[in-house]
Design a protein around this ligand. Structure first.
Ligand code: PLP
Length: 426
């Protein structure tokens, strides 16, 4: 059976060149990168080369890259590493104690995070866990394309300052972290990070971005974006699953999450996954060289798919299509169908796509991203995401353009509610 994969936002295959680079580190070059002997030093050399390759892709310095197990760990490290609910603000200096109210009782309830409603669960659930410890979190809404207004972020910032004339024992919340994703996994929508970075810098607040869906697809430069922390994941850019990285701008005060040896300067102890790290490095190098060309080719195919579906399937429309998007993603509503049923019908015909984030597949709730952009639950349930990859071909798109309209028509034929509505509109 012809099988076409259009679910590259869920995961990508390991690029053959990446696999070739990794293979020696499972056998001949099996040294521990923390060992002093020659095999260990060869592994260390490979890890440091990979650090340079990842740094080059995002415009950072190699020493600002910490290898992790993937996007989820990077997001958690950034958030829990900056916002420690158990640590209070510094006590006032002894000579200032008359001027300021005593702060000894001030703990988590005066810390504040700003994020958006369409983040991945790795960010949302980390923020919700901190909320349980008393941290305040603002989940800003987004527009119909999934974009946040940078001015809404500015307005949400809390300074923690109170009027010194009003003596109050209640500390006001202070924004400690702004965490806004770069590209959305379901829509591809790219957030205006440069503007947000400027706002965060002016207010002197740490700024983290989950760039898992943008790195390797669009240019990412940590200096231009003015981020302090950035998460990326190997398996979204043709490296293996279980490897990722966190960019930590030099000077960022980040608490470690794991305790152990002195690996990666204590930031992330644990014997390094040398083969995975080498794979991520190689994938980053390939992405840096092929990004522009890939983006042009893939976006032309994505546009062909999108236009083709819109013209072949009545009552279909694009979700979030008017904002800047990653070149490989399109998300469409096919009114009157159940996305899960369509997904299964397409899978039986050999086409793999998604109803939303892969991590939430199996959940019956409609996608939180689609409801956040204003879709009714039934419209969200009638939506499908197609995400293309570096190796998607024109014939893959032709195949999708044949099977999707046929499957939608078939499901609609079986749907009594759709048939009734269609008749009413005639
Ligand atoms: N953030 C985003 C935007 C994602 O799309 C994903 C995975 O789908 C993650 C984080 C989690 O990354 P990982 O699978 O490497 O843990």
């Amino acid at each position: 059976m012809n099988r076409v994969y259009l679910d590259f936002n869920a995961t990508t295959p390991v690029e053959p060149e990446v696999l070739d680079a990794m293979l020696p580190y499972f056998s001949a070059e099996f040294g521990n990168a923390a060992s002093i002997h020659t095999p260990g030093q060869r592994a260390r050399g490979a890890v440091e080369t990979a650090r340079e390759q990842v740094a080059a892709l995002i415009g950072s310095r190699p020493q600002e890259i910490v290898f992790t197990s993937g996007g989820t760990e990077s997001d958690n490290h950034a958030i829990f590493g900056v916002v420690n609910p158990l640590v209070s603000a510094p006590f006032p200096k002894p000579d200032k104690q008359d001027e300021f109210p005593p702060q000894r009782h001030v703990l988590s309830h005066h810390k504040h995070i700003i994020t958006i409603a369409v983040e991945h669960e790795a960010v949302l659930n980390a923020c919700q866990a901190l909320e349980k410890d008393g941290v305040q979190v603002t989940y800003l809404s987004v527009d119909r394309d999934g974009r946040v207004d940078p001015e809404a972020i500015r307005r949400a910032i809390q300074t923690g300052r109170s009027d010194p004339k009003i003596f109050s024992r209640t500390a006001l919340p202070q924004t400690t972290l702004i965490t806004i994703m770069h590209a959305n996994n379901e829509l591809g929508t790219v957030q205006p990070l440069e503007q947000i970075g400027r706002i965060a810098k002016e207010a002197d607040i740490y700024f983290h971005t989950d760039a898992v869906q943008s790195v390797g697809k669009i240019p990412v430069d940590v200096k231009a974006l003015q981020v302090d922390l950035l998460s990326l994941s190997g398996h979204k850019l043709y490296a293996p699953k279980g490897i990722g990285a966190l960019y930590v701008r030099g000077g960022t005060r980040l608490r470690q999450l794991l305790y152990g040896g002195h690996h990666q300067r204590g930031f992330r102890p644990g014997t390094e996954n040398v083969a995975g790290i080498v794979g991520l490095g190689k994938a980053a190098e390939i992405a840096r060289k092929s990004l522009t060309e890939d983006a042009q080719r893939v976006s032309a195919l994505r546009d062909k798919l999108q236009q083709g579906l819109l013209s072949r399937v009545p009552q279909s429309r694009v979700n979030g299509g008017d904002a800047p998007r990653t070149p490989n993603t399109t998300n469409l509503v096919f009114s009157g169908i159940e996305g899960e049923a369509l997904l299964i019908a397409l899978d039986l015909k050999g086409l793999a796509c998604s109803t939303g984030a892969a991590c939430s597949s199996g959940a019956v709730e409609p996608s939180h991203v689609l409801t956040a952009i204003g879709l009714q639950p039934e419209e969200a349930r009638a939506s499908l995401r197609f995400s293309l990859g570096r190796h998607t071909t024109p014939s893959d798109i032709d195949f999708a353009l044949t099977v999707v309209p046929a499957a939608v028509a078939q499901l609609r034929e079986l749907s009594p509610t759709y048939r009734k509505e269609a008749t009413a509109h005639k």
